[in-house]
Design a protein around this ligand. Sequence first.
Ligand SMILES: CC(=O)N[C@@H](Cc1ccc2ccccc2c1)C(=O)O
Ligand SMILES: [Mg+2]
Length: 377
Amino acid sequence: MHIEEIRLHTVRLPLVAPFTTSFSTQTERNALLVEVRGTFRTADGVRDVLGWGECVSGSDPFYSSEYVDGSRHVIEHYLAPALLERQSHTEVTAETVSEILGHVVGHPMAKAALEIAILDAELHGRGESLARYLGATRTSVPSAVSVGIQDSIPELLDRVGGYLDEGYARIKIKIKPGWDIEPVRAIRERFGYRLPLQVDANAAFTLVDAPLLRRLDEFNLLLIEQPLGEADIRQHAKLAAEMSTPMCLDESIVSAESAADAISLGAAAVINIKAGRVGGYLEARKIHDLARALGVAVWCGGMLETGIGRAANIALAALPGFTLPGDISSSSRFYATDITEPFVASGGRMQVPTGPGIGAEPLPEVMREVTTDVRVL
Ligand SMILES: CC(=O)N[C@@H](Cc1ccc2ccccc2c1)C(=O)O
Ligand SMILES: [Mg+2]
């Protein structure tokens, strides 16, 4: 495509309830949306196209080093100029974005947002859905939910019961030192041992906690997600060798190469794939392909996305290697009003968008309400 204008929209959405992890308590989501306008050459002429992408950086650099203001700055001052400079002599396509931006170190979430916005625009030009483009083999995917740390066990059980009543296919609860064995035990005692259940520590433990973490093996969990630090690949491999619960990595997997390293070192039996964390949906598909070839299950992680990121995640989760339910819950799990038409799971499944591109776009009347900053590049 030929990019004519890039716009950066920052939106602020209140959460329906506080979301507490081992690293933060969120009561609102500040999200950065990339809008790309331009033209796309087709067999029957040149068409105006428009694409959207969501940058999943948090408000603060507490999940990863990226954060909204930093991502907006690096897009405005480094990434967008690099794309516009390149297109002054060579066409830019979604498949070349990663290489064009490779000289900028890091910032995978910012890079991913530009790549998917350009891909969305191109796919609108081609009239092709993201799901079909990526190689999706399913028309719906299981919808599962991530449950934050609660103030008490009874409140946790109420919230889990509510999500089960909504039909979610799997429950994931956040854990941290001091909120680990007891909440898991309480859920098993209340809802039984067959409920698909997993835990996510967001890197809150160390190998010193191995004896405690090994006690999770008695609860028939699907997996334990990122118990140790992002850089602790060897340590996760050591812990994995001492546990029967499958080891899953999230924060540690920042590219296909790091996925290959983690799998070959025995640090990951399962991978939580987040396109933003790995630099884009094309890199995410590479990790899917690599994992599948090695017999490693993958599932689609969540970053409290608006409908823009959620739509793209559903398409990704429809690829054949995504054999575990992903953190792709209904819009209403986090937001009373989404910036797109709300995504609603039914019967524990989410329909894969079939429209061209990501199959979702922001609603102007909602954007007017929630937008806090717009930059035209
Ligand atoms: C659904 C889920 O648990 N997501 C992340 C954690 C997380 C939680 C809250 C966030 C808020 C702003 C930005 C990133 C965030 C990431 C995870 O899987 O580890
Ligand atoms: Mg996680």
